[in-house]
Structure formats: C-alpha cells, structure tokens
Unconditional design. Structure first.
Length: 594
C-alpha cells in the first residue's frame, strides 16, 4: 500500500518536534504526520526491520490505538504441541531436552555455565552436539572466531540429515520468508530529527539481508542445508498493527505466506497482530515488539525477538527501583524536589500487551512493599495527539499529592520529546528513569529531548558498549561477503539473523520448531556490542543483563560525534535480573559523576 506524499518542509517539522509541538487531534492544519514526510531517500518496504529496535512505537502511519482482542489462540496455551513433546524449559530426570529431541542432555537449559551441558550424538555428527560452551571441532572452539555471540563449532560428517523434518525444511534448504510492507519507516523520521544521514533504500535492505544469507550459509553449520530467504509483498500495515489495528490484514498476510511459501521462519514478524497470526500457522516468527513473557510463552515455540521481552524490562526497572531508589530523597530531580522523598510514577502505552508488563513491574515493586499506587499513567501511541497527551501526563504527575518526583518512562523514543518539552513549560523537573525501551537509552534519541530536563535522566540499559557506524560485527560480516556498503540498519539485521542461524545450528540435523527452541535455549550466547545474549528457561528474547546509566549533555557521543551521551555507573558492570546491588538507606546510585 503506497501512501500519498504531500510536499512539506522537513526542517519546519523537525523544529516543531524539538520544541515538543505537533498536530493535536482535530487540527489538520498543524504539523503534518511524519507518515507523510518525504526527505530524500526514505525507508520504504523494509522500514519495519530497519527500525527493529524501535518497534515499541509508531513506525510511521501513527494510527490511533484501538481496542482489539489479543490472541487468536483459542483455548490458550501453546500452539499444537506434538503428543510426545518434552518441554525444554522443564528438565527431565537427566536434564534438559537435547537438540535432537532425545531428552538426554545433562544440565539445565537456560543456565549460563559454559561446558555444563553435554549432548548425546545424533545423526551423522562427527562428535557430540554441543551444549552450552561445548563444541565438536578439533582446534576450533567457535563457529565464527572473533564473534562473541558465535555458537560453538560443530562438525558434520555429511549424509542423511533427516530430510523434510518440518514445514519449510527439506534436505537442502530452510525456507525463511520476509514480509515486505510498502510504507514509510519511522527510523527516517527519528534520524532526520537528530540530523543523522540515513539513506537506506529497499534495495539497500534487501542487499544486506541477502549478503547475510550468504555469510551464514558459508560460515554456520546447517547440516547440509542452506537458508533460503523469500521476500513476500504483504497487504497489511505494520505501522497500524504496532499501535493496535490491522489484525484482519495481518491474518490474511500470514495465511498467504503459509499457502504460497510455507516457511520454517518468518523474519519480519514485527507487530503483535502479525506475530500472533504467524504463530497460529505454526511458523516461527522473529520480531515481536517488546511483548510480555506471557504473550511469548502462550505461543511458544513460535515467537522470538531481538527486542527485549517487556516483562524482563519492566521487572528489571522495578528491581532497580526497589534496591536503589525508594524511601530516599529525589536527589537528582530539580531544586524544588531534590530533598523530597521519592514518589514513583509509572508511564507506558495503553496497549494491553504493554500493560501486562507494567503489571509485572507492580508485582516486583509490591514484593518489597512498594507500588505505583494511583501514579500509574497510560498514553496512546498516536503522534497526532502526543503534544496534548504529554501536557496532560505532566499535569497528572505534577498535580499528585504528594507530587511525583521520579518517573519510570517505559516509553517509545518520540514521546519523551513532547514530555520533556511540556515538563519544561510547566516548571516541573522530575527524575526521569530510563528503562531501556525502544532506544530511549540510545544517544541519538536522547539528544532530541529537552536537555534541561534530561540532565535528570538515569536508569538501566541492556545495550553493550556503543560503537560508531562501520565498526560493528554486522558491518564486518557484510564486508567479508561484498565490497559495497550495507544498509544503515546492518547491525540490527545481523543480530536478528545471528539468532536465527544460531538456533538452526544448535538444533542439530533434526530441525523442527521444538528442536530450534531447545537449540536456542542451549546457545551459549555471549557479551558484546549488542549486550549480553542468551536464553533462560522462559525467555524468547535474548537480553540477559543491564548496566546502570546516566545522561551527560556535554559528553560527545561515539555514535554520531554530537553532544549528549549516556555514561555508565559502577565502571560499566553488568547485572543480571535479580542481581542488582542493594544500596544502603543513605546511599544514592553513583550517577552524574565525572
């Protein structure tokens, strides 16, 4: 579906966003919707993947939120598990389930102990399939040396790999579909606001995906098979689906993909309605946008994502709050509040799948006698009303008695533009707690926020050490295959395909959705520029730990060489959920320090 593009001045739109202005409901003459923006090369078709980590939000169409039924999985529970299926998240007498389905793995799935698991040989494998940290290649530990996320090296003696072990799998190929939607990408809007030079085209994105198809086929162990990526033109709208609409078209696209391609994996299941429909077709989908633990487990093993499970994010933020913030002065707020005892407020989109994650945060807070009380506020993922909404949200928090001093912002990357501007207008300077959703912990996004407000911002982030463009793992992998330049989104594409390739390798020759699940549960993961990856027993997203961060408006960002960058506390120490340090009653987090 093509969107008409009126002629506008983008510089005017950018200045409006930086002032926290925008078109409010009923005022069509105000700033145009960013879905109508034309500014040179615009991300079209593949925009949703290019904005993968921004999937919490508005990728362009900015369709108002509507109430729709969540799951189409009638009766609840997992989708159509075979009668003899053994749950890899529940260890058998001898441990977890092996990638070959034998059930004979020593150790626990989801632990992060290298070499703990050893797997019974299966098929024509020269040595035992690996558990965590174990491999079967003589003199070569990693499948791709130098990649901290590489699975252990595996040798395959050739011969019968089981053939057609699942839908979309043959003795020669593993079909991977990619739903293409012809609509504008939100990343272009955010990048232009930030002054970034992003010139991705659909051809750039497709070329990058195909380069990685070659890279992983050449370097990973797929037991005689090759990944075969098939692009499919969809009829739905990921922009609308992200904010709660478009379920009928998403279901229709899933049905067409099943009938015409019948893939093992859909690589661009980047919205709740489409991911739900793909799971219902028993196709593994990658790309779910910060959906809750319950959402993923209800559809296992068919829903996975690079974007962190919303329950993990919200629970980590609540743990950080319990152990470091509550019952202490709001020391990092503005002068009017810095001596007041912290009053915690929670903010997240109103969509039910995001509110499930806020519920998870409430459980963690209440475990230590804390909660949001009536300071839990929702907002609508609708750019047309964000300016008015932001003014109302700030008025609510400021008008509470006692006044909210500290806001946990489970936000998309654009709403804080409006929030921080409206807070400044209302002379309200709370502590802004960054919880790591949708790149609000990314320098380029935070540089857009009102800097007089964001000097009060700190919190947690699952990201690794930032790197400049052309210094990442994905860029290096791309250049090993091609001499030209990849898409700007090269690292996001690589990280997604890395998980897909690792799951296929770790599954062993008998590739099924359930051996793929067990394979990723046994993947050792690693720590690198994307943070720490690995899958726990109930996890379908790879984030494993967090750093504590704070905003320095004067620091020069390594990402884009512009003023404003997040810095780390505790020397950059990373903490797994449940392992944040507990500060003494008279201690504050060591943030805003040199």
């Amino acid at each position: 579906m093509k969107i008409p593009i009126p002629r506008i001045q983008f510089g005017e739109l950018a200045s409006r966003f930086k002032r926290g202005e925008g078109r409010d409901d009923g005022d069509a003459s105000d700033a145009p919707s960013p879905s109508a923006v034309a500014a040179g090369s615009v991300l079209r078709g593949y925009g949703p993947l290019a904005a993968f980590a921004l999937l919490f939000v508005l990728m362009a169409g900015f369709v108002p939120t509507v109430d729709e039924k969540l799951a189409s999985n009638e009766g609840g529970g997992a989708f159509n598990q075979p009668e003899d299926y053994v749950d890899p998240t529940k260890p058998t007498d001898s441990g977890a389930v092996a990638p070959d389905g034998s059930g004979e793995v020593a150790g626990d799935v989801g632990t992060n102990i290298p070499g703990k698991n050893s797997v019974k040989p299966s098929g024509n494998v020269a040595a035992p399939l690996p558990g965590r940290g174990a491999g079967s290649c003589a003199g070569k530990a990693s499948q791709v040396p130098g990649d901290p996320y590489s699975p252990p090296c595996i040798e395959f003696a050739g011969g019968d790999n089981g053939g057609a072990t699942a839908n979309g799998v043959s003795k020669d190929t593993v079909k991977v579909s990619f739903r293409v939607i012809d609509e504008k990408g939100f990343l272009q809007t955010l990048a232009t606001l930030a002054g970034a030079d992003i010139v991705d085209t659909p051809a750039d994105i497709k070329r990058t995906i195909e380069a990685f198809e070659q890279f992983f086929n050449d370097h990973y162990q797929f037991y005689g098979r090759k990944i075969d990526i098939i692009f499919h033109n969809g009829s739905g709208s990921i922009t609308g689906e992200l904010v709660g609409g478009g379920r009928d078209a998403a279901v229709a696209d899933a049905a067409t993909i099943k009938a015409e391609i019948n893939p093992f994996i859909e690589m661009n299941a980047a919205s709740e309605p489409f991911a739900d429909a793909i799971a219902d077709k028993q196709i593994i989908g990658f790309g779910t946008p910060y959906l809750s633990r319950k959402w993923h487990n209800d559809r296992r093993p068919y829903a996975w994502s690079l974007a962190t499970d919303g329950s993990i994010v919200s629970e980590a933020a609540a743990e950080f709050t319990n152990k470091m913030l509550v019952r202490k002065p709001a020391a990092f707020a503005g002068d009017a509040m810095k001596t007041a005892t912290r009053v915690i407020g929670g903010l997240a989109p109103e969509n039910p799948w995001y509110q499930e994650s806020v519920d998870n945060a409430e459980v963690v807070l209440k475990s230590e006698g804390n909660d949001f009380g009536d300071n839990r506020v929702k907002y609508k993922l609708d750019i047309n009303s964000m300016s008015n909404q932001a003014a109302g949200v700030i008025s609510q928090f400021k008008g509470k008695n006692p006044q909210v001093t500290t806001i946990l912002c489970g936000c998309d990357p654009i709403f804080p533009v409006f929030l921080s501007a409206k807070a400044a207008e209302q002379d309200y300077e709370p502590e802004w707690i960054v919880v790591g959703t949708a790149l609000t912990d990314w320098d380029v996004a935070a540089q857009l926020y009102n800097q007089d407000q964001w000097v009060h911002a700190f919190g947690i982030s699952s990201m690794g050490e930032p790197r400049p463009v052309r210094a990442g793992l994905g860029y290096s992998a791309y250049k090993s295959v091609r001499k030209d330049e990849p898409a700007f989104a090269v690292e996001l594409i690589y990280a997604t395909m890395l998980m897909i390739a690792s799951g296929i390798q770790m599954a062993g020759p008998n590739l099924t959705p359930f051996s793929f699940e067990a394979g990723l549960k046994n993947w050792p993961g690693g720590t690198g520029p994307y943070g720490t990856f690995g899958f726990g027993p109930a996890d379908y997203t790879p984030t494993r730990d967090y750093r504590i961060i704070w905003w320095d408006r004067d620091a020069i960002s390594i990402v884009n060489s512009a003023p404003g960058s997040y810095k780390v506390a505790f020397g950059g120490e990373r903490y797994a959920p449940g392992k944040f340090p507990r500060l003494a009653p008279d201690q504050q987090p060591p943030v805003f320090q040199g």
